[in-house]
Design a protein. Structure first.
Lengths: 409, 596
């Protein structure tokens, strides 16, 4: 039935070709490893390179008055530059001097949480209020990855609440659409295979990730589902591959009856409805999110008292984020999912946000403030201290007063 | 008075011919109107012994050999579709729709879907845990460094992680790399806090560190000393929840094992088959896609293993003993053979313009394929690109009205019968003697000496341990029956062709019959003349004693079969053992010279 002679030669040749390709790949790999060894030897003695940083006042060391050279004194010198606080429920965020974090010496300071620890140049947080900074115009582009890092420690040894999460998001502060920067609304793709019919059907998929997030993916009802379904005539339902997914519930509505068709645990992002009745349910399930967002939630955030740890995250801007609709500011917005027991218990410092990963360095704007061109203002008496981005050099003396030396644990 | 002479010797050994032609057929055939005779290996036409009901087991609309038994999909009211296949360690893979059964028994409430799934074997039975093939990369765990603790790690590194089901060996793609961590004389701690295992049997995490200095370049390699981490081994370390501590040098990396990036789960599919050490799914990506797993990694389906058929498959038939998979489409047939290359299979056309309408339209009989095509009916594949329809010319007219999608084709090895079933009747073909048997209607079955018609429709069949099992939809289940096994026999009817008179007309005066078999039940012999539908004369022949043997019956002396311009004989016997055979029926008579 199958011409064995011809097929045997064809199969043998394919196998030989495949083996040769495998040998070539191994040889290429070995050559690359030998080349890499030299790079590795060099890299073991090298200090890590610095990443870029777009955040102003990343060290939380400058007052609004000093950084912006307001010359006002008074409360202007007792509020931090560029870091603002809002309620977690606020959506359209205002950025006036009122929102800037205050030091305890500010005239309007009233047990503020969060606040600015002026003497040490750090930000303190203990509530669910968020901390934000405006970013340069259209900084977060679709598909880009922003690396965000900071140091954190605790002011007291009181235990943190169970289930505490830290979040960081890139926020769209455009009036009318103020929200976390998101991709397009997730939508199902519905395709009738084989011979269409006249049956009306609607589908919903709830995708759950390994972080416990649920995404709801919908589509409008179709009116041409096959009347008599089979593996030849069926409806194909597909959806976006959501990172970290561990299950997808596929549900349908037909003839007023809601049914669970399947729960996919393999990560496959499509399902063929061959006409199975499914398990009747009362209604469609609901998911929390309908789009992928530029936000990270860290449920393993656990800074400790007496130890300063560095935390770093990669925030991905969705590929299908429509930046043309963002006419307002983009922001970095951070916060906690729950209030801490002790006020202002969480201490944050050394903020960095940029496109490249690396060690901490001040933003260019900060460096210009730290190393002003005016010689008369130079505390070194006319000699400019060398500009440095080496995180292991002692920090320069700035207008925020002496800073505590600390060890990165 | 003219002398009596032989008129015709009816010796129905040549099989069944269903031609509607009234005259001109050989006296050696059984003509239309005959039923319940099958062509046997000894060259005879013997009464059909009937069907043997298999109690306690059920079939489905799709029944296929699988592992050391047979598996099926579908139930009455919820027809099945798709296919099943056995692979490594007798695992049972399935895709399609309908309730799953193995050897006629359900396995929990499992049913097939477009998500490729499989069961693991435990002893003689299958477990009830259905695994879905494949899993996807996890979110990125957190990597933290512990400096100056006398560890082996010096420099910057990152890690990638995978999900692993250690029971099946399935491993996902690797996660995105962790952010780089610079460690001095220390150790690395990975935390999976806030990350759940998948619900597909995952119990371990694979780990793949980069070499020092290649944190943001990769590649990431397996760690020989710790190839995977059990989720149960995660603990709170130094205040970090669900953590594991790593301590290694680059010398301990397994450079032959890189973090996988092509362990994709299979796409939604309509059929599955297994071949050597791969699993192949069909009907994906819009219906015509074919994609295989990696060799020996049955849950990983890299896109490099994708190819396409010209049309969507209707059925898939694994033939592991012959080293190929047959894929049948509506208009073409293909063979899938193993190559071990990339992809590790090859699609080869067998019939470029002939296909089938349904899974049960085809069966294998040794090196031949017997099928029922929509355009030309009964045929068989005798070589690549060659379909023989000629062997079915005797019954072509009989089956011309059949609905292709409802034809069930099966092979019974002991009796050498290939059967074509439609509705509630069977048309058998002896491929050894190359003769067709008469139709076998389920309504003609008997039991305990009485009529026991079986109501129902033949929906599917399977050859298991060489024997043919038919699945009959009786309205509540797909009952399974073994073909050609003694139940209670059947009402066998031999109808001779119409034989033309040699002269103007003839009168039949003697009927001398030789028979073989038990004939232990009474039978009825009818004579017909001139195309009449009513018998001109009827003889009641008593039950024979003495067991299975050849006999010459007492000569029958018709008195009314006169002036026959044409004549035919009909013999009805309610066989209970399938032994009855008619060796000859010699009709003698005289010319009457009178034309009516």
């Amino acid at each position: 039935m199958i011409r064995s002679a011809d097929n045997g030669d064809d199969i043998r040749l394919r196998r030989e070709l495949s083996e040769m390709q495998g040998d070539l790949q191994k040889a290429t790999k070995r050559i690359q490893q030998l080349e890499d060894s030299a790079v590795e030897a060099a890299s073991q003695t090298a200090t890590p390179g610095a990443g870029d940083n777009v955040l102003r006042n990343g060290e939380a060391e400058f007052s609004d008055d000093a950084y912006n050279d307001l010359g006002l004194g008074g409360d202007a010198a007792e509020r931090i530059a560029f870091w603002s606080s809002h309620l977690s429920t606020d959506t359209l965020l205002a950025f006036t001097s009122s929102e800037l974090l205050k030091a305890s010496t500010h005239s309007a300071y009233a047990a503020d949480d969060p606040d600015w620890e002026k003497t040490t140049g750090r930000i303190r947080l203990g509530t669910t209020r968020t901390i934000s900074q405006q970013l340069p115009n259209r900084y977060a582009q679709q598909g880009s990855i922003l690396y965000f890092q900071f140091t954190a420690t605790l002011r007291t040894a009181t235990a943190l609440p169970a289930g505490l999460k830290f979040f960081a998001e890139i926020y769209d502060n455009t009036a009318g659409q103020e929200k976390i920067i998101s991709g397009a609304t997730l939508a199902l793709t519905i395709a009738v295979q084989g011979t269409p019919g006249a049956t009306t059907r609607q589908y919903r998929v709830i995708v759950t990730t390994d972080k416990g997030d649920t995404y709801q993916v919908d589509a409008a009802a179709i009116v041409n589902a096959p009347n008599s379904q089979s593996v030849v005539n069926y409806v194909r339902v597909s959806w976006t591959a959501i990172p970290g997914r561990v299950s997808a519930r596929v549900e349908k509505l037909q003839g007023g009856v809601y049914a669970l068709l399947t729960e996919i645990a393999s990560g496959t992002t499509e399902y063929n409805d061959y006409g199975d009745a499914g398990t009747v349910i009362g209604a469609f399930s609901t998911g929390t999110f309908t789009a992928i967002r530029a936000r990270i939630d860290d449920s393993s955030f656990a800074p400790a008292f007496g130890v300063i740890n560095r935390y770093a995250y990669a925030i991905k801007i969705p590929e299908d984020y429509n930046i043309s609709l963002t006419t307002g500011d983009q922001l970095l917005r951070i916060g906690l999912s729950a209030a801490l027991t002790d006020a202002r218990q969480l201490i944050l410092d050394r903020f960095q946000l940029g496109f490249t990963w690396g060690g901490f360095q001040r933003s260019a704007a900060d460096i210009a403030i730290v190393n002003p061109l005016s010689l008369t203002a130079n505390p070194y008496g006319g000699l400019l201290p060398p500009a440095t981005s080496d995180p292991y050099d002692a920090p320069d003396t700035g207008s925020g007063g002496p800073r505590r030396e600390y060890t990165i644990a | 008075m003219p002398a009596r002479r032989p008129l015709v010797n009816l010796r129905p050994m040549a099989g069944f011919i269903a031609a509607l032609a009234a005259l001109g057929l050989s006296p050696e055939v059984m003509a239309r109107g005959s039923q319940c005779f099958i062509a046997t290996a000894d060259g005879r036409m013997r009464a059909w012994p009937g069907l043997g009901l298999q109690n306690t087991v059920q079939g489905g609309t799709i029944i296929m050999p699988a592992s050391d038994g047979y598996a099926s999909l579908g139930s009455v009211g919820s027809p099945g579709s798709g296919s099943l296949a056995a692979s490594i360690a007798n695992s049972l893979w399935y895709a399609g729709s309908g309730r799953l059964r193995f050897n006629g028994a359900t396995i929990a409430s499992l049913a097939a879907s477009s998500t490729l799934s499989f069961l693991l074997r435990s002893g003689a039975a299958y477990g009830t845990t259905a695994y879905q093939a494949g899993r996807v990369a996890p979110s990125v765990p957190t990597l933290t460094g512990r400096d100056n603790v006398g560890g082996k790690i010096n420099g910057e590194l990152s890690m990638r992680f995978t999900r692993i089901n250690s029971t099946t060996g399935g491993e996902s793609d690797a996660s995105e790399p962790t952010l780089p961590v610079t460690i001095i004389d220390g150790k690395a701690i990975a935390s999976f806090d806030g990350m759940a295992l998948d619900s597909n049997g995952q119990d371990k995490w694979g780990n793949y560190p980069s070499r020092i200095g290649f944190a943001d370049k990769g590649p990431h390699y397996g760690l020989a000393s710790v190839p995977e981490i059990a989720d149960s081994a995660l603990a709170t370390l130094y205040g970090i929840n669900r953590a594991y501590e790593f301590n290694f040098t680059d010398a301990q990396l397994d450079f032959e094992r890189e973090a996988p990036i092509d362990n994709d789960p299979p796409p939604a599919c309509t059929h599955v088959a297994a071949l050597e050490n791969i699993v192949i799914v069909f009907g994906c990506f819009g219906g015509t896609g074919v994609i295989s797993s990696k060799p020996n990694f049955l849950e990983a389906f890299p896109i490099a293993n994708l190819s396409f058929l010209p049309e969507a498959p209707v059925a898939v038939y694994p033939r592991p003993t012959q080293g190929f998979i047959l894929v049948a489409c509506r208009n073409s047939l293909y063979a899938v053979v193993y190559t071990g290359a990339t992809p590790p299979y090859s699609l080869q056309s067998i019939l470029p313009e002939t296909g089938i309408a349904a899974h049960h339209n085809l069966c294998f009989a040794e090196n031949e394929i017997y099928l029922f095509t929509e355009r030309r009916g009964i045929g068989r594949v005798v070589g690549a690109g060659e379909v023989d329809y000629s062997f079915a010319q005797e019954v072509a007219e009989y089956t011309s009205g059949w609905t292709a999608a409802n034809v069930v084709v099966g092979n019974d090895i002991p009796s050498q019968q290939v059967v074509y079933c439609h509705g509630s009747e069977i048309l058998p073909y002896n491929k050894q003697t190359k003769k067709w048997g008469t139709p076998l209607p389920l309504s003609a079955l008997r039991s305990g000496g009485a009529a026991a018609p079986l109501s129902g429709t033949i929906k599917a069949c399977v050859t298991y341990q060489g024997k043919l099992y038919l699945a009959v939809d009786n309205g509540s289940i797909y009952a399974l029956y073994r073909f050609n096994e003694g139940g209670g026999g059947s009402r066998a009817i031999y109808r001779s062709p119409w034989m033309p008179a040699d002269r103007a007309s003839e009168s039949i005066t003697r009927v001398k019959c030789a028979i073989d078999g038990s004939w232990n039940r009474a039978s009825t012999l009818n004579l017909y003349r001139n195309g009449d539908s009513s018998a001109v004369e009827t003889f009641a022949i008593g039950a024979q004693a003495g067991g299975n043997r050849m006999r010459h019956l007492e000569t029958l002396k018709p008195g009314d079969a006169k002036n026959c311009e044409s004549y035919a004989l009909e013999w009805i016997v309610d066989s209970d053992d399938g032994s009855e055979s008619i060796l000859s029926a010699l009709l003698e008579g005289v010319s009457s010279g009178v034309s009516l």
